[in-house]
Design a protein around this ligand. Structure first.
Ligand code: NAD
Ligand code: UDP
Length: 336
């Protein structure tokens, strides 16, 4: 059997780009996804980019029997865990679905790993675990808090991983706290494909530029930021994907470890900065209205990236021009 990385949620936005990066780094990838927020067409798109179609199993991470069968049939050496639900607003309406998918799903997956003696795990956490920042840039030791069920699921899984690490020798775990992933693969073959009205800024901006939506609503212009609009640390999804490869290599070299690390660029840009950058990349106008703040939003958030540089030897290389150009190429290709 050939050593294989199990990528849960690998048909989704970040998982598909990470699959490309893993394959290009020489890893063999097996994707497990229930396709609740993705399409199997991404598998052939990945093959077009890398020349190799990843193996795929349509299954749910909460299905222990399916997981056991996978671990028996393949020589899985590590798991990258992207599968989960991620819409903050939906999580306040459907908390049980979020705790079941994200928390119970992670417990089921880790239990199956334990049964199969696989102990290398890379987890998709989020900068949302920092709550409303007390100090910027955000370092990994900043106090954690959650203001919605989605954020709470990330906190709880981070804690479960720490308990597991303390309980049993040999685990090699990376908890990766992503900032705001945007952009797409430069080929425009894979990207972010939100269903319905996008919740996040950049897919919405792309759809306004493409004429699919009339105007962007800018949520608040009275924050304590240079232009009054919210500031975030946007990171190109391909940089994020490379960060995962670096985290996997770090884990592979450790006897045991529990690493918690920010994956961001260390730079903050406002909503209006991103609108202007997108207009330049697309040569389209992005019409917008300033409206009230979105409940639960914070003013500003960006990462201290020094720990990632020190531990992983990784830093983001792409800028907002790259992010907007690649997002626009993907938007134009997927509309056509
Ligand atoms: P996505 O929805 O595009 O991908 C998630 C994938 O998981 C989808 O393909 C979906 O079908 C699958 N999935 C969901 N529940 C499943 C289950 N129970 N069993 C099997 N498959 C299941 O999301 P994404 O943006 O690629 O996010 C990946 C991970 O990164 C998530 O855990 C998310 O919380 C985390 N994250 C995302 C962001 C972001 O802004 N996109 C930021 C921080 C953290
Ligand atoms: N935002 C906005 N209009 C939108 C979506 C988002 O003005 O339609 C703003 C939001 O208030 C925040 C920034 O864009 O300041 C990033 O929001 P997103 O939802 O993409 O990410 P998150 O809130 O998770 O950081």
């Amino acid at each position: 059997m050939i050593p294989t990385i199990l990528v849960t949620g690998g048909a989704g936005f970040i998982g598909s780009h990470t699959t490309v990066a893993l394959q290009e780094a020489g890893y063999r990838v097996l994707i497990l996804d229930n396709l609740c927020n993705s399409s199997p067409t991404v598998l052939r798109r990945i093959e077009q980019i890398t020349g190799v179609e990843p193996e795929f199993v349509q299954a749910d991470i909460r299905d222990g029997g399916a997981l056991d069968a996978l671990f028996q049939a393949h020589q899985i050496t590590a798991v990258m865990h992207f599968a989960g639900l991620k819409a903050v607003g939906e999580s306040t309406r459907l908390p049980l679905a979020y705790y079941d998918n994200n928390v119970n799903g992670s417990v089921q997956l880790l239990s199956a790993m334990q049964r199969a003696n696989v102990n290398t795990f890379v987890f998709s956490s989020s900068a949302t675990v920092y709550g409303d920042p007390q100090k910027l840039p955000l370092t990994e030791d900043h106090p954690r808090s959650a203001t919605n069920p989605y954020g709470h699921t990330k906190l709880v899984v981070e804690d479960i991983l720490e308990s597991l690490y303390n309980a049993q020798a040999g685990w090699r775990i990376a908890r990766l706290r992503y900032f705001n992933p945007v952009g797409a693969h430069p080929s425009a073959l894979i990207g972010e494909a939100p269903q319905g009205v996008p919740n996040n800024l950049m897919p919405y901006v792309a759809q306004v530029a493409a004429g699919q939506r009339d105007r962007l609503q800018v949520f608040g212009s009275d924050y304590d930021t240079p232009d009054g609009t919210g500031v975030r640390d946007y990171i190109h999804v391909m940089d994020l994907a490379q960060g995962h490869v670096a985290a996997l290599r770090y884990c592979e070299q450790a006897r045991q470890d529990l690493l918690t690390v920010n994956l961001g660029t260390g730079k903050g840009y406002s909503v209006l900065d991103m609108v202007r950058a997108f207009e330049q990349a697309s040569r389209k106008t992005v019409a917008y209205d300033i409206v009230a703040r979105r409940p639960g939003d914070i003013a500003a958030c960006w990462a201290d990236t020094s720990l990632a540089e020190q531990k992983l030897g990784w830093r983001a290389g792409k800028n907002i021009k790259d992010m907007c150009e690649d997002a626009w190429r993907w938007q134009a290709a997927s509309a056509g």
